[in-house]
Design a protein around this ligand. Structure first.
Ligand code: C2E
Ligand code: CA
Ligand code: CA
Length: 762
């Protein structure tokens, strides 16, 4: 081969190294820069080598040798740096990247300098012209300087080899090739060079070996992707999943299956054809499924059925050449069961297993959105005294009761019904009218008994029904209406079924209307106290009871019966009472001069005690109007005292201490016993004739009244008879020892002005 052919080869090597260094620089890998400078550094000795081979001139050859030696120094130094990075050489103690020690820098610098000084001292090498292959070449005769240089370079290579060997031993099998190939190239390159150097071969081609080392370094640092490693990792992952995977070659032959696929088919051998055929027998022609789309397939029959997601797809290379295909089969049976269970738990009541409140409402509301359920009822059950039932018979029995009610509902329902437990003790249902039979229902409910073990207990259940009308959308409103209907049968033990009808609807509207108007009515004095006279035994008026009236701008005169029960229910009674107490104090204050001895009794509703500080409120009124507390009498009912009895008694005692007189209203209408009377801080007992007057057995009524009056007298309590309508009643009550009298016989409740006029006449 001619020297020019070598020049061309070396030029190509230089170009290759340049390209590699460029590519390394562009690489995003951190080692890119190191590889780049290493490849660039190799260009110097390669270029030097090219000059040596390509020239017949001494001067040019000399420059070539300098470049060759110095270039090798630089390349070796950079090779060490590369090795440190590539093999991740770390300090054993600090675990930090170890830097190239300073003495190595120095060593290479000194070597470069001593080589350069060869020009002056000639201690490193000299050139000798030889003839080879018919041409003249300059080989060098090494002296001490070059020997030192060689020791340094071979030492560096030895260090590199040592580090690579150590690393190659340490890393797992699959990583070894990255190190072994470079190591091998380095050793071969070095041996090749040694062969030229020590064999004194005129044309040294060893830089070809080092260039190959450069290329290898570039390839393994920058381009290399450990495909075998990736393969084995991917294969591991695929074997590890629960998904059955079958791979097919381009011609459609099964080439690989994972363990789950073997389990799925029940074939443990490596007979891929058989496994693949079994999959086709089980799932049919999977290729007919649209590509990349998972299709659900069910195998077997309930309860042993299993559910799978099946998909297939093709692999192709970037030139769109078919590489093969895969089939993926995922067993989702347990996943589906879990979702089903979770869904069930989210929508169903844990105790009874029927729908829970949210789901019942959702189902009904969904259906209402689709259609107007014109021929449907919404029903709410109400279990009477269920809290007491729970309390008396225990929670377990209570739960048993709820389960039996839900079972009973189930027995009524068909597909058209939606029903569920819409509160702790309330069940709700939406059912077609055709399914409703009042007679059967009443009969069932009249005999509803809860059984648990040997115990059997009667349970009173009421069911309210509400018709669904056009525009009804909100199930909770419908259920509320159904429950509202139950008010009408509250006190009728024979009836268990009630309907939300026009009357109830109108009452609902009425309640809403007047509740919203109370504030204004109080502010505008539409709400006023009427006074009903109270007389003594001589028939002389000595005081009055304040009884509220609402003179409504639209509805006219309204009696307490029209609004008191509602306000007692919704708590607004307290606003009204406060207003009446204040108005009464105002009247008493006006009477200070005209009727200083008159008293007025005011009513205190049981709710007032919970809604406000009654004592503070009334005392502040009395102070504001500067009146004697004696003249404002406080009427409380038995039911007020029945709850939190001790607290109430203490409060009433406090009232008395402040100088008020306490009256027990409607005595005998509630639950209090005569026995309790002795402990009650009460000054006056109001006995309601209405409870006795209509009694069939007047003689019995007479005995009761007589005894109550006597007992009161023994306890030094004044008795007042209410509802006295006739002179006979008045006379008889006087005879029995009653002290005070109130009733139509004297007067109906009348406006304050009328009362004042009445008093002035008498
Ligand atoms: P109550 O406190 O028992 O008041 C007596 C009721 O009996 C009054 O009915 C009165 O008009 C009526 N009455 C009086 N004499 C006779 C009679 O001879 N025969 C008959 N049949 N009835 C008679 P009214 O005024 O309709 O009040 C009804 C109830 O409303 C009162 O019963 C009381 O519980 C309540 N109420 C009235 N005003 C107020 C008030 O300002 N606050 C509170 N919390 N309740 C009030
Ligand atoms: Ca009263
Ligand atoms: Ca009364």
């Amino acid at each position: 081969m001619t020297r020019y052919a070598f020049v061309v080869i070396f030029a190509l090597l230089i170009a290759t190294l340049l390209l590699c260094s460029q590519a390394s620089l562009r690489s995003i890998k951190p080692i890119g820069r190191t590889v780049c400078v290493f490849c660039l550094s190799l260009i110097i000795p390669v270029f030097g080598n090219m000059l040596i081979i390509g020239t017949g001139k001494r001067g040019v050859a000399l420059v070539g040798y300098y470049m060759y030696y110095i270039g090798m120094d630089i390349a070796m130094y950079l090779l060490l740096r590369f090795t440190r990075e590539y093999c991740r050489v770390r300090d054993t103690k600090t675990r930090k990247k170890r830097i190239v020690p300073i003495w190595l820098h120095l060593l290479f610098t000194v070597d470069v300098l001593q080589l350069l000084f060869n020009n002056i001292f000639g201690h490193a090498f000299e050139l000798q012209e030889v003839d080879a292959y018919g041409k003249s070449y300059f080989i060098n005769i090494p002296h001490l300087g070059v020997s030192i240089h060689r020791v340094i370079c071979y030492s560096a290579i030895a260090i590199v080899i040592f580090v690579f060997v150590k690393r190659a031993i340490k890393v797992p099998m699959l990583y070894k090739e990255r190190y072994i190939v470079i190591l091998f190239t380095l050793i071969m390159g070095t041996l090749w060079q040694a062969y030229y150097v020590f064999g004194r071969i005129p044309i040294d081609r060893s830089m070809i070996g080092f260039t190959i080392l450069g290329l290898m370094i570039y390839y393994f640092s920058i381009r290399y992707r450990p495909l075998r490693l990736l393969d084995s990792m991917l294969a591991n992952i695929v074997s590890d999943t629960k998904v059955s995977v079958l791979l097919y070659g381009p011609e459609g032959r099964c080439i690989w299956v994972n363990d789950p696929a073997k389990e799925l088919t029940g074939i443990s051998s490596e007979n891929l054809e058989e496994i693949s055929n079994t999959v086709t027998t089980l799932f049919g022609d999977i290729n007919s499924i649209p590509e990349a789309k998972e299709v659900e397939m069910i195998l077997g029959t309930a309860p042993n059925e299993r559910c799978y997601m099946v998909a297939h797809g093709r692999f192709s290379d970037r030139y769109n050449m078919d590489l093969g295909s895969y089939v993926k089969i995922r067993d989702i049976t347990s996943e589906k069961e879990r979702i089903k269970k979770e869904l069930f738990a989210a929508n169903h009541d844990a105790l009874t297993g029927i729908y829970n409140r949210e789901y019942t409402f959702k189902m009904i509301s969904d259906r209402l959105k689709q259609q107007t359920l014109k021929d449907y009822y919404v029903a709410s059950t109400y279990i009477c005294d269920f809290k007491m039932f729970n309390d008396v018979f225990g929670r377990e029995f209570g739960d048993a009761a709820l389960i039996q009610i839900s079972d009973w509902l189930k027995s009524y329902a068909d597909d058209t019904c939606i029903y569920g437990r819409i509160a702790g003790d309330t069940f709700g249902s939406c059912l077609p009218k055709a399914l409703f039979d009042q007679e059967v229902l009443e009969k069932d409910l009249a005999n509803f008994k809860v059984k648990m073990g040997d115990t059997e207990q009667r349970l009173v259940i009421h069911i309210g029904f509400c018709e669904i009308e056009d525009g009804d959308r909100d199930p909770s409103v419908l259920f509320d209406r159904a429950l509202m209907a139950l008010d009408s049968i509250k006190d009728d033990y024979r009836k268990h079924v009630a309907f939300f009808d026009k009357k109830i609807r109108e009452k609902m509207i009425w309640d809403q209307e007047i509740s919203s108007q109370l504030d204004v009515a109080i502010a505008e004095n539409q709400v006023v106290p009427y006074l009903q006279p109270i007389a003594d035994t001589s028939g002389k008026i000595v005081g009055a009871e304040a009884l509220v009236r609402w003179i409504h701008p639209v509805h006219g005169f309204m009696s307490p019966g029209d609004f008191i029960p509602l306000f007692e229910d919704n708590g607004m009674i307290t606003d009204l009472d406060k207003h009446i107490w204040k108005s009464t104090c105002a009247i008493l204050s006006r009477w200070e001069k005209t009727h200083p001895d008159f008293f007025i009794s005011v009513n205190v509703s049981p709710k007032d005690f919970y809604m406000t500080d009654v004592l503070a409120e009334i005392v502040s009124d009395v102070v504001e109007y500067d009146i004697d507390p004696h003249r404002l009498r406080i009427e409380v009912t038995e039911s007020s005292i029945m709850r939190d009895t001790e607290d109430k008694m203490r409060l009433l005692e406090e009232f008395r201490k402040q100088g008020f007189i306490i009256e027990m209203d409607d005595f005998g209408s509630g639950y209090s016993s005569l026995n309790m009377l002795k402990d009650m801080p009460v000054d006056i007992l109001k006995i309601d004739m209405k409870f006795l007057g209509k009694s069939n057995d007047e003689e019995k009524a007479d005995i009761i009244v007589k005894n109550v009056i006597r007992l009161a007298e023994d306890l030094q309590i004044i008795s007042l008879a209410e509802g006295v309508e006739t002179v006979e009643q008045f006379e008889r009550l006087k005879e029995l020892g009653c002290h005070l009298f109130q009733g139509y016989y004297f007067s109906k409740p009348i406006p304050v002005a009328d009362f004042e006029e009445l008093v002035s006449k008498s």
